[in-house]
Design a protein around this ligand. Structure first.
Ligand code: DGY
Length: 321
């Protein structure tokens, strides 16, 4: 049995595959595979361990219906046509939970960095522009007691809310497709409708999945309802915000600041004006980039491959078959 792995992954995953007697091929070049290349590689293998948002669409699945499992080393599966995979009885696995803390840390980092203009200040020093002390310059905002609004209060949103309550005593409001009563009890979180979330959040952080409904949901109309003092944070998927509308909202002081770990498109162009704005902090999609999270993700992705190749149910499954 052989699995094709689309990127170099941590040893924890490879070790498990070797122990299970599974051969693997890693695509070690630092470039995205074209759909044709991915299909050609998968034709030589029994399973796919996919890293980095390869399009697992109906055309790919049709061409590779021999695959016994598609295992994503990611929690998000917006790149997969799950209905098509289910119809072809191809199990899809993902890696939930293990990256929640790392991703919540990234959102927390962006929130604080934006509030204190930290990335901009770093650039000022590097450019030799650290001038004399001015009591009225470089002023950020304090987060203590500000309202955290979470769009999608699942594992990652809950981890962020816990940190914000502990560090800054921030009241939590949230909007979800369905109520999260456990989190309501744990955090005293208040469920609100989408409009109220926009209106009342001081920091609005996205943690929902990218779906046709959430794509582009944070657009000019949404930003217009937010507070002029608010901070927008996205560590979920760049396609959930309209980046031109976000730029305009910041330039016109409709909102105060933004922290992005995901951009639209990715990678962000180096000349993007957002990168020059003091109240903006941008990271290159490193939400889960810790040793702990990535080792755990590689292990879970390998466990899914092993189960799938045995014809057993996946331990971390997207489409229960
Ligand atoms: C995830 O796990 O979904 C990360 O965003 C990596 O794509």
């Amino acid at each position: 049995m052989k699995v094709f792995i689309t990127r170099i992954i941590p040893e924890t995953g490879l070790e498990l595959l070797r122990e299970a007697g599974i051969q693997y091929t890693e695509h070690r070049e630092k470039r995205h595979l074209s759909p044709e290349e991915l299909i050609a590689a998968c034709r030589e293998h029994d399973a796919l361990l996919s890293v980095g948002g390869n399009r697992i669409d109906a055309a790919f699945l049709q061409a590779c219906k021999h695959l016994k499992v598609v295992s994503l080393m990611a929690v998000g599966y917006d790149n997969v046509d799950v209905a098509a995979a289910t119809a072809l009885k191809i199990p899809i696995g993902n890696t939930p939970g293990v990256l929640s803390n790392a991703t919540a840390d990234t959102a927390f980092l962006l929130m604080l960095a934006t509030a204190r203009k930290a990335f901009h200040m770093h650039k000022i020093i590097a450019r030799g522009q650290w001038g004399f002390f001015e009591p009225t310059a470089n002023l950020g905002m304090e987060l203590n007691g500000r309202t955290l609004g979470v769009f999608g209060l699942g594992k990652i949103g809950t981890a962020l809310a816990k940190k914000c309550r502990g560090a800054f005593d921030m009241p939590v409001i949230y909007h979800n497709r369905s109520r999260n009563e456990e989190a309501e009890q744990l955090l005293g979180a208040r469920y609100v409708d989408f409009e109220t979330l926009l209106r009342e959040s001081d920091v609005l952080s996205l943690h929902a999945a990218l779906t046709p409904e959430t794509a582009g949901q944070f657009n000019a109309a949404a930003f217009a309802k937010m507070k002029p003092t608010s901070i927008f944070i996205n560590t979920a998927r760049g396609a959930m915000h309209n980046e031109q509308d976000l730029l305009a909202a910041l330039q016109q002081h409709i909102i105060w600041g933004a922290g992005l770990d995901v951009t639209n498109p990715e990678p962000m162009d180096k000349n993007n004006p957002l990168l020059e704005m003091p109240n903006v902090a941008v990271l290159p999609h490193i939400g889960s980039a810790t040793v702990e999270a990535r080792s755990g993700m590689a292990k879970m992705a390998a466990e899914n491959v092993i189960a799938g190749l045995k014809g057993a149910p996946l331990p971390y499954s997207v489409n229960k078959l």
